[in-house]
Design a protein around this ligand. Structure first.
Ligand code: TXA
Ligand code: MG
Length: 323
């Protein structure tokens, strides 16, 4: 890579063909999904997968999600039991990642799974992601396209701000609609375990396959290696459940905020108090407030229901003590 900045390429047939070709030849390509932008590499190519870890500064023990275009492609790399197939029919393509037994014969790089017998599989719904996966015709390993531990990207320029020339191209696809990463559900054991909350809600999963466990606070549950405490962290410290902000703080508000005091800079996640809108704005607003050079970012309480569960999960990690 000699260019200082990666190319942003349009999601035209020619652009997608070029990006697919780049992936097949081992290059890294950032691309949009409905959740966040991913940093993609050929999941069957050790060198491409190693390059993903290097570009992100990600610890190698934290496995990656393999992205495929449909259920059939998922079945080629992982073993789906009845529960998995039912969930796939209901929620794929969409923001649900399933951790499943890995098919050793499928030829995925072991780095994708960080040496585990399982693999996380996701079928994204974004039309550009779908088209790129078809153009690449390989399973694509893709973590969020940011430096490890930092705020996830929900627009092409976030990828460039975060990764710079560590990525050679970004396929354009506008703003991500969901805005927080996929729900991750571990189906390798008898009881399903929710490893990460997202837009597919716990209640929706339980309606289909019965009770699931929450990994947080459950010492017996298999832990997602990615559940490092501090994550999604802006530079400024984050202060949660704030009902007002100091004059040297930024203020991230939610719902009507006209009569709430304080904050040197202020952004509202959703004036109407809509949690889906709030999720879509979360990471972009955190980035923008972080650029105000404030002492801290104060955040109003967010209702812990619907997508609020995923928002609060990300905010807690953003506020966690830095390692
Ligand atoms: O929405 C998303 O899922 C985005 C877009 C790009 O698809 N991707 C994403 O990837 O968020 P990443 O790498 O930032 O998060 C993947 C999560 C991590 O917490 C990781 O530890 C967990 O999934 N994970 C991956 N493979 C796993 C496995 N085999 N067992 C347990 N957890 C796994
Ligand atoms: Mg991430």
């Amino acid at each position: 890579m000699t260019d200082k900045h990666p190319d942003i390429i349009p999601a035209t047939p020619a652009g997608l063909a070029r990006a697919g070709e780049a992936l097949r030849s081992g290059e890294l390509v950032a691309f949009p999904t409905e959740t966040v932008y991913g940093l993609g590499g050929d999941a069957t190519d050790d060198r491409a997968v190693a390059a993903i870890f290097a570009a992100k500064g990600r610890p190698q023990f934290n496995p990656l999600i393999a992205h495929v275009p449909d259920l059939e492609a998922a079945e080629a790399i992982a073993v789906l039991d009845e529960r998995a197939v039912e969930l796939a029919h209901q929620f794929w393509p969409g923001p649900l990642t399933l951790v499943l037994p890995r098919r050793a014969e499928a030829g995925l790089s072991l780095l994708v799974s960080a040496g585990l017998d399982s693999v996380a599989v996701r079928v994204p719904a974004h039309p550009v992601a779908q088209a790129l996966l078809k153009a690449a015709s390989k399973p694509i390993a893709a973590p969020s396209a940011n430096r490890s531990g930092a705020v996830s990207p929900t627009a092409p320029h976030h990828v460039i701000e975060s990764l710079g020339d560590r990525v050679s191209m970004v396929v354009a696809g506008g703003k991500c609609q969901v805005g927080v990463e996929s729900t991750v559900l571990d189906l390798t054991g008898e009881t399903p375990v929710l490893l990460r909350p997202g837009a597919v809600l716990r209640e929706e999963i339980e309606r289909l396959i019965g009770p699931i466990q929450l990994s947080a606070g459950n010492p017996d549950a298999p832990k997602s290696p990615g559940q490092l405490e501090s994550h999604y962290a802006p530079n400024a410290p984050v202060r949660l459940n704030a009902t007002s902000a100091e004059e040297d703080e930024a203020f991230l508000t939610f719902g009507p905020d006209r009569f709430i005091r304080g904050g040197k800079a202020r952004l509202n996640l959703s004036l109407q108090g809509d949690l889906n809108e709030a999720a879509a704005n979360l990471f972009a607003h955190l980035r923008a407030l972080d650029q105000e050079g404030v002492r801290a970012i104060a955040v109003m309480p967010i209702p812990d229901e619907g997508l609020g569960v995923a928002i609060n999960d990300r905010l807690r990690r953003a506020a966690a003590p830095r390692g």
